[in-house]
Design a protein around this ligand. Structure first.
Ligand SMILES: O=C(O)C1=C[C@@H](OP(=O)(O)O)[C@@H](O)[C@H](O)C1
Ligand SMILES: C=C(OP(=O)(O)O)C(=O)O
Length: 434
């Protein structure tokens, strides 16, 4: 099986230190999670769709390429508006998932609906990310899948062009994306789908709500009224125009900059009717850490008061924020304890181990627990910080670097996963040249 992933040259980068309060008003790129759900739903719809202000980054370009490889017409030439015209899905096709959880979990069910063989592989670290429960769930629904590894990439889906559907039991405690992947394709299964989760809690509940909300927007009938059970009726998905919100997770390091430096950061472009992303939860976390947060006509504004407070929190619903919040906690006036995020050991890297190791290398007092981190702030020093191909490790190092001179990332190019402009934009914002 081929691995088409090109080797990317490492890009060392020294995180800029802020000499003044960081203040800016920005419009950030679109949400990865919304863009990739919209691409999948559009490729499975009965008519054409558009995505307004999508995220252009490695994860979303690879998703577009994956769907195109299986026959959908996906045009991403225009930064402001991507076009998707569904087409009969046919193999043979190869899907390079890169390091994207959204591709490795959302596309195999689509491959089951494809006529022909679809192979999947990605970056070496993608092979470590949990996929077994999805493979088993699809097999139990009659989809033929060949694997060489123990329930992980690489894999081959021998698509029959249709999936009967029915009922499936899955342990999705390793990732909410295991459920989302099944749900997104489920309206196109002959009998629809009932997904029943059995096991420790599913993390990232807001991402599951986003999935249900977007399925309904595309015309699907979904019942999520019973905890840990999702019922999707069979039926056509409609093509539509998707407005992609700015990425909330990508915004967090910028909000953190306001907190650390006593500055003010406004992110423009929030939907007036409420967000599909967990804005209220983020607002509460930042407030507990000492920020003032306000929604104005211009956007979402976070103001630092000059002091960062320690935080005790279960972060299971917003686990992808753990790296940036850990960096903030390093600079706080009291200890922090984060729990509920054991599953981020299966994110782009083992984030608990990587954060503990790299910040310890800078002089931090940080320890891993089985499901989180404990941080007792003390002065940090500059030094090398390894990012392990993980964009959010780079975000964490950048936040610490605001207050600690000489933090040298071995590679910042990993930020291309969700925000290729991150190094340039961050430097401009921190130095006041944005
Ligand atoms: O569905 C999604 O778009 C995502 C779900 C979450 O995954 P996990 O449930 O694996 O944490 C989140 O961390 C990830 O960044 C994006
Ligand atoms: C966990 C993340 O990504 P993925 O969508 O690849 O799971 C993340 O972006 O923090």
């Amino acid at each position: 099986m081929r691995n088409l992933t090109a080797t990317r040259p490492l890009q060392p980068w020294t995180a800029p230190t802020a000499s003044d309060p960081v203040s800016a008003s920005l419009r950030l790129p679109g949400s990865k999670s919304i863009t990739n759900r919209a691409l999948v739903l559009s490729a499975l719809a009965a008519g054409p769709s558009t995505l307004a202000r999508p995220l252009r980054a490695r994860d979303t370009e690879l998703m577009a390429a994956a769907l195109r490889a299986m026959g959908a017409h996906v045009s991403i030439a225009d930064d402001e508006r991507w076009l998707v015209r569904p087409h009969r899905l046919v193999g043979p096709a190869h899907v390079d998932v890169g390091l994207a959880g959204t591709i490795m979990r959302f596309v195999p069910p689509v491959a089951g609906l494809t006529e022909g063989q679809v192979t999947f592989d990605g970056d070496p670290q993608a092979r470590n990310r949990p996929l077994g429960p999805l493979i088993e769930a699809l097999r139990s629904l009659g989809v033929r899948i060949d694997t060489t590894g123990p329930g992980s990439l690489p894999l081959v889906v021998l698509g029959a062009g249709r999936v009967t559907g029915g009922e499936v039991v899955i342990d999705a405690s390793a990732s909410s994306q295991l459920v989302t992947g099944l749900l997104l394709a489920a309206p196109r299964f002959d009998r629809g789908l009932v997904v029943r989760h059995v096991g420790p809690p599913v993390p990232s509940a807001p991402h599951l709500r986003m999935t249900v909300q977007m399925l309904r927007s595309a015309g699907a009938a979904v019942d999520d009224s019973t905890p840990d059970v999702w019922v999707v009726e069979p039926g056509p998905l409609t093509g539509r125009s998707w407005e992609i919100e700015p990425d909330l997770s990508g915004a967090v390091p910028f909000f953190a900059a306001a907190l650390v430096t006593g500055g003010e950061m406004t992110l423009r472009g929030w939907p007036p009717q409420g967000s599909a992303q967990p804005v209220e939860r983020l607002r509460s976390l930042l407030q507990q850490m000492g920020a003032e947060v306000a929604f104005t006509t211009e956007g979402l504004t976070v103001r630092g008061t000059g002091t960062v407070r320690g935080l005790r929190a279960d972060l299971s619903d917003v686990s992808e924020l753990t790296p940036a919040l850990t960096a903030l906690a390093m600079l706080a006036d009291s200890p922090s304890v984060f729990t509920g995020v054991g599953h981020i050991r299966g994110h782009e890297t083992d984030r608990l181990a990587a954060l503990a190791r790299e910040f310890t290398g800078l002089g931090a007092d940080i320890t891993e627990s089985s499901d989180g981190l404990e941080i007792r702030p003390r002065p940090l020093r500059g030094g090398t910080f390894r990012t392990y191909h993980d964009h959010r490790m780079a975000h964490a190092a950048a936040v610490a670097g605001l207050a600690v001179p000489g933090i040298e990332l071995d590679d910042v190019a990993c930020t291309s996963k969700t925000m290729p402009e991150f190094p340039a934009l961050w430097s401009a914002v921190v130095t006041g040249k944005s």
